[in-house]
Design a protein around this ligand. Sequence first.
Ligand code: SAH
Ligand code: SF4
Length: 388
Amino acid sequence: MKVNLLDFDLQGLTRLCEQWGEKPFRATQLFRWIHQKGAINFAEMSDLAKTLRLQLEQHCELVALPVVSEHRSTDGTIKWLFDVGAGNAVETVFIPEDDRGTLCVSSQAGCAVGCRFCSTGHQGFSRNLTTGEMVFQLWFAEHFLRREHQTSGASPERVITNVVMMGMGEPLQNYDVLLPALRVMLSDHAYGLSRRRVTVSTSGVVPMIDRLAQDCPVALAVSLHAPNDALRDTLVPLNRKYPIAELMQACLRYLEPAPRDFVTFEYCMLDGVNDQPEHAGQLIELIRHQGQHLGTRWCKLNLIPFNPFPESGLLRSPKAQVQLFSQQLLDAGVVTTIRKTRGDDIDAACGQLAGEVQDRTGVQQRREQRIESQVHWAPKPVYVDESH
Ligand code: SAH
Ligand code: SF4
């Protein structure tokens, strides 16, 4: 069986080439051909020796995921749906802005955490993606968009400046596979993104936050959604395993090597559930208490307008409520932003893929039977994180 070259970071590729008696710089050349130039066949890798190209032809391939669909929003947002086999698909979303281009990448088909407000969670877990499948999302988007820019006469420079692991799945429950993918994103011989421009978003897998701090300290976003354990237990089931105080301490440990960095807390605003003044008060207290001498300056809060979907039985907080909540936090010195929506017209929100991926577990169906349909179907916009 051929190996997928997209599965390797530079270290892995170097080891592979060494097995064929090739010098490490050959691996670097190959790595650059793949990621920087977007080469798809070995014949075009002109500065590699013919013998090496032959080895590559025989033993290696670049595995592309079939594109199921591409949707473009009038605001420039593009959502791709990729087929990952066995009836599963994952989404990747490109969000262009004046000063950056952000790619939202998926880490799993489905998700096992099962958050109440998340359509991916309602679908259940299908499987982990491979490193190659995560890297492919970036490889594809970067080279596809670069070619598009070239044909339109725009500069052929790098299009994607930021990556957020906020698509389908819980990246820290697929850690060993995620790590080489992050290293490819950061490598100067591949995408060259700085560690502050790559964000891992997690629902709070505490031991893996510590490992990420050691292995690859990129920007950390934590999906908090509630200021106390009783409520968070009902929204993010993983909280029963890793309660808020433990999670907060892991975040603070994450910042120890670089105290001027910050953790972003994501907080999805759910009408009447977690959006009341008492919740904001508890949140302020929590941040101050846990942060101790750091006060409120160790984190940022990102308020996310909820994208309703029928099975959730939840509603989006009214705009005025979000504003009030935000003001209360700002007044207490907590840096708070409200996410703006993007791609309304193409049904593209990170982590939102209701109805398009097969429900492998029947979870969705069972929940539908239990929850009365009180929610109006609304398009699911994608959000731009303004904090990075
Ligand atoms: N599993 C990781 C990353 C993927 S989810 C995590 O939970 O952080 C990415 C973001 O989308 C999370 O902050 C999640 O809370 C948010 N999200 C999920 N469902 C949502 C919904 N229906 N409306 C708005 N945001 C949602
Ligand atoms: Fe999984 Fe994140 Fe959705 Fe929770 S919010 S179910 S962790 S993808």
